[in-house]
Write a protein that binds this ligand. Structure first.
Ligand code: GUN
Ligand code: ZN
Length: 431
């Protein structure tokens, strides 16, 4: 065995939150970067495993690494920018920040910091937007590869309604995307995401060329934004007047199937929800961003009931914090306003196995069934006085998890490992 980690431990081996398996004294066995076994310590001992080999963290919580299905690599520097809603926020803060990523040296340093920032926050896998620059996209792939992270990203496509320095041109935008895809998609743990930013910043020609690219590489992904604010919806309709509705723009371009991730989906009509469910496209719930930018309350339960796969994401920099524990806390608050109390079980399911399922990478990551890639985190509640105080009074694992999601932050992430190798460790090692 390469590593044996002993701690309080949980995962979701099934396809829903109800499948949670929790061990007060669990062990994760890893060889060659993959999970060999995950079980109760005494059961493993009775199978002949020598518990003396374990790295032991009796008060830590071991779980699969978090998966963030919607985050913007070039926006980490503009989180917490004051006073604007989506369209003005893009113009005022976001596009100027993204312009800097044309510089390969700047992008290289930023990519290193971004990947370390993800790991320090417990996120071992992400689907990220790059900027519109190939150099920044390559820098992010390289930084993820150096850390053996499973990372999906793509160059942002935007050939209209964006300033010089971030606006791209056709047909070069598509040939650049294809060259990146050919170089990086399926290389180790990396994957390419065809990334038209949103309908407002792409011409109909660019959207259909992106759809044609997707048709040629159906095992790539698509990511874009959909129906985030009322102002954006009206503006988009004026730019694409012949489309039936906002979702119809992506549908017509061939950008809506089960490998397409639609950020936000707050204000969809009943008709759009029906067609989106039929397409298999996923909706990505970004509660922190939706609160911060004042975009609205995503109808999570309604979309799920309609049969749309729903992921849960930080959306940094619309969302201010990179740690998905904050996202879970904001999801709870947004859903409280809609009469749907989000359980800790469901929230932790969402950021691990649920997001893996939505991204269609659950055969690789998301839980600890044997053969899965060994991406895991160790959480130390003692690292946060607020969490530690509340957890001390918790009677059940559900209560502990709820305290962790409502009060936790990146401080409690003691260690993050990818493919069984420790990439970030913030405290002294176990015994
Ligand atoms: N819509 C188009 N681009 C963006 C972006 O960068 N962030 C968010 N939240 N919405 C968008
Ligand atoms: Zn976004």
């Amino acid at each position: 065995m390469d590593r044996a980690i002993r701690a309080k431990a949980l995962h979701f081996p099934g396809s829903n939150a109800g499948s949670m398996t929790y061990f007060d004294d669990g062990v994760l066995l890893i060889r060659d970067g993959t999970v060999v076994d995950f079980d109760d310590a005494s059961r493993l001992e009775s199978k002949g495993f020598d518990l003396g080999q374990c790295e032991s963290y009796p008060e830590h919580l071991l779980m699969p690494g978090f998966i963030d299905p919607h985050i913007h690599f070039p926006q980490w520097d503009v989180v917490a920018s004051f006073g604007t809603r989506l369209l003005e926020w893009l113009e005022t803060y976001t596009f100027p920040a993204e312009r800097r990523f044309a510089d390969p040296e700047f992008a290289e340093v930023a990519a290193e910091e971004f990947c370390d920032g993800l790991l320090a926050a417990g996120t071992t896998t992400a689907m990220a937007y790059s900027s519109s620059h190939a150099v920044a996209t390559e820098a992010l792939f390289r930084a993820a590869e150096r850390r053996s992270m499973r990372l999906l990203t793509g160059k942002v496509l935007m050939d209209q309604n964006a300033p010089d320095g971030v606006r791209d041109v056709m047909p070069a935008a598509i040939s650049e995307s294809e060259a990146l895809l050919k170089a990086w998609h399926g290389r180790g743990r990396l994957g390419y995401v065809i990334t038209p930013r949103f309908a407002g910043t792409s011409t109909p020609e660019q959207l259909s060329a992106a759809g044609e690219l997707f048709a040629r590489y159906p095992d790539a992904w698509v990511q874009t934004h959909l129906s985030e604010t009322i102002e954006e919806i009206n503006w988009t309709a004026s730019i694409h007047p012949s489309a039936k509705d906002y979702f119809g723009i992506y549908e017509d371009a061939g950008l809506a199937n089960a490998r397409a991730m639609m950020g936000h989906c707050i204000h969809l009509t009943a008709e759009e929800i029906r067609r989106m469910a039929g397409s298999g496209a996923a909706a990505i719930f970004c509660p922190s961003s939706n609160l911060f930018l004042g975009s609205g309350l995503m109808p999570y339960e309604r979309l799920m009931e309609a049969g749309i796969p729903v992921g849960l994401a930080s959306d940094v920099g619309g969302g201010p914090q990179i740690c998905l524990l904050h996202t879970m806390a904001d999801a709870y608050k947004v859903l409280q306003l809609q009469g749907y109390p989000l359980s800790a079980k469901e929230a932790f399911f969402q950021v691990t196995k649920g997001n893996a399922q939505v991204l269609q990478i659950d055969s690789f990551v998301g839980d600890f069934t044997p053969g899965k890639e060994a991406d895991f985190i160790l959480i130390d509640p003692e690292k946060s006085p607020e969490v530690s105080r509340r957890v001390a009074r918790a009677q059940t694992i559900d209560e502990r998890l709820f305290a962790l999601m409502m009060l936790g932050d990146a401080r409690v992430i003691a260690q993050a490992s990818t493919l069984g190798q420790c990439r970030i460790s913030k405290r002294s090692e176990g015994t």
